[in-house]
Design a binder for this molecule. Sequence first.
Ligand SMILES: Nc1ncnc2c1ncn2[C@@H]1O[C@H](COP(=O)(O)OP(=O)(O)OP(=O)(O)O)[C@@H](O)[C@H]1O
Length: 788
Amino acid sequence: MSGSASGLARETAGEQARVDERYDRLDLLRTSTEERLREVRAAGSSGTPAARMERDAFATLYEDRLAQLRAVEDRLVFGRLDLEGGDVRYVGRIGLSDSSQEQLLTDWRAPAAEPFYRATAADPLGVVRRRHLTLTGRTVTALEDDVVADGAALPEGMVVAGGGALMAAVTAARTGRMRDVVATLQAEQDAVVRAPLPGVLVVQGGPGTGKTAVALHRAAYLLYAHRERIARSGVLVVGPNRAFLRYIDQVLPALGETGVVMASLGELFPGVRATAVDDDAVAALKGDPRMVELLAAAVRRRQRVPAQPRRLVVGNHRVVLRPRTVSAARDSARDSHQSHNAARATFVRRVMNDLVRQLASAHGTRSDELDADTRQSLEAELRESPDVRREVNLCWMPLTPAGVLRDLWAKRDHLAGAAAEASRHDRGWRREELALLAREKAAPLTTADVPLLDELAELLGEDPTSGAADAARAARERSDLVAQARSVLESGMVDPSGGGALSAEGLAERWATDGPRGSVAERAESDRTWAYGHVVVDEAQELSVMAWRVLARRCPSRSMTVVGDLAQTSSAAGARDWGQALAPVLGTGTRTRSGVDLSRTFTLSRLTVNYRTPRQVMDLASRVLEAHGLPEEAPSSIRDAEVPPAAVSAPAPAGSPAWTAAVVDAVRDQVVALGAGRLAVVAPQPLVAGLRSALGEALDDGEVRSVDEPADAAVTVSDVTGVKGLEFDAVVLCEPAAVVDASPRGAGDLYVALTRPTQRLLVVSSAPLPAGMEELAGGLSAPAHRHG
Ligand SMILES: Nc1ncnc2c1ncn2[C@@H]1O[C@H](COP(=O)(O)OP(=O)(O)OP(=O)(O)O)[C@@H](O)[C@H]1O
């Protein structure tokens, strides 16, 4: 069933008029918000502090609203539902109503929009026809209809347009930035997006199944649907590295959400931005649960008892720091079960008591006769003594996480001693393992160090002398200020112009839950002990036990969305089983004294359709998956490749000049064949630098980039780790056998590399192709033949 050409033209013109009406409304809201912002700013910095704070608060609010209204420009309206009974509902990025409060546009996250994603012929949810509108700029360029109700039930004269909004979206050339998929979210994805807030939801899905897309849409959905519960505590999205976060950073703003905190694993500790990466084996050790005991032992070993009594000069007198006294003080400080820095006060008090007694008797006074003033002056005398300060500090120093960690890696005796002590509680540490962990004191902190810093921060507590304490204090002060600002607004100061989205009620309600925009993000980022309302983890299969422990601390409510693919695990500390990986989050093994199991469970959802990779490429990747016995089934693709995957055999060993020339030739051919679009050259790590410089010389200036550079480069050269989670129109994969051999999880890496292209895959290899790729090997062509 389909409409005639003229019927379709009429239909399109009708939709255009409706779309124009909604953009007009958007324009009006923007103009009035701009106007209000101008007025607030024009008032300048005059008036009482309360009035200034009030204006600041309004300015933030208007800026926030304006940013949101601007962010939804692209594809503001994308859906229409024709409902039984004749009602029509438009679905778009935000909710809009006209001046008489008639709903013009339904926010995609509202319950009323759900049938747009969920209605099926079997369960039409009251929908007769679902229409996808494709816009270019503000112009309607295509319509596509699904008849959801029984065709016979269609109202007379209803036009049904063909098209392919999903196909158009998945075949579009990639820009290097992820786009939202709100217009074409599929039912299995929508079910994940709208899943209930509480608990741990694991989304297992093969490559290209939209896990990242779904995770981000879910964050936006939760902030909309449960704003009152989580806006104040915030949502944290964790990705593997900065390049990945840059790739996804436009999705949430386009969905109207700007206050989400995005962090890579290396940024989860306030004040640290670790980008250095350890070798696999070292990272695996740093992610090992044995680290918990090792770090605890390292801290305990910094609570020292001198082997011999120490004579200390205090003015003209002498006192003795006795090992027995220090040992007793240490025991009572430890018994307080406080963190190291907090318990130091107990330790010092106990030691000082003994020293005060000695000094009193040196002065000829009995300590049991001391009045408070005398006691205070004796203590002051002791504190002024450099000997006392030094020796007491040596026994129980205030410590910082970074200081302890650097010392642990740099000082052999520290590490060996802590390992020996930890081994009493835990499986022992082998000498070779300790040798791997050793490092120069000046070496930069790595991403795998970050969870260890967090663990140490738990053991050490706040160091009153460190910058972190200042930052936490500043965050608390800011938080107080925000509370004050909120109360000013709540005390009756409302927007006098009223009406529309910024009505008095709306404003008051909003301030009660939100505070000024950015404030949650700012506070959360600078406060290690911040408890997020929800945490979303992408590429979750790569996280070590130690990293999961950090996330468990950041999210005491354990409301989490965890997305990943066990078949793509490449880090040695990563997951092979979700239940095991999540043990630190679920509290697995936690029991009450009477044996009641307190551990939580998680809900598992699966995504099964690959929207990225063409069928022929995915088939190849599935054969690799099977041949190497990787867990999980490959997803099915929704479209065929225009060009099937191919392989060329390189004429000389990898890395040689002739090999490099063959790769450069292959890349040049692909760039030409691709036209517009992005290409990745993926190679084993040792070959990356050579390829990057050869391609830089051979191709046009500025065309070749590493993944760390701006993502819109035409050609990216990277190892597999760098392209994880990303996608490219074409991929030239070099030396797949070496990718497999490079690490115990090499087959997973090959699977990742093979599933990056949206259109073309070309393999260049000097060695025989690995298991699963035999069919491609059958078609191996020598470059000379190819070019001949
Ligand atoms: N419903 C959809 N409509 C249109 N495009 C979609 C849809 N779902 C996913 N995509 C597209 O498919 C591609 C893959 O999505 P995404 O990167 O989220 O997958 P992934 O499961 O995280 O993949 P990987 O595990 O390989 O990192 C993206 O380009 C995304 O925009």
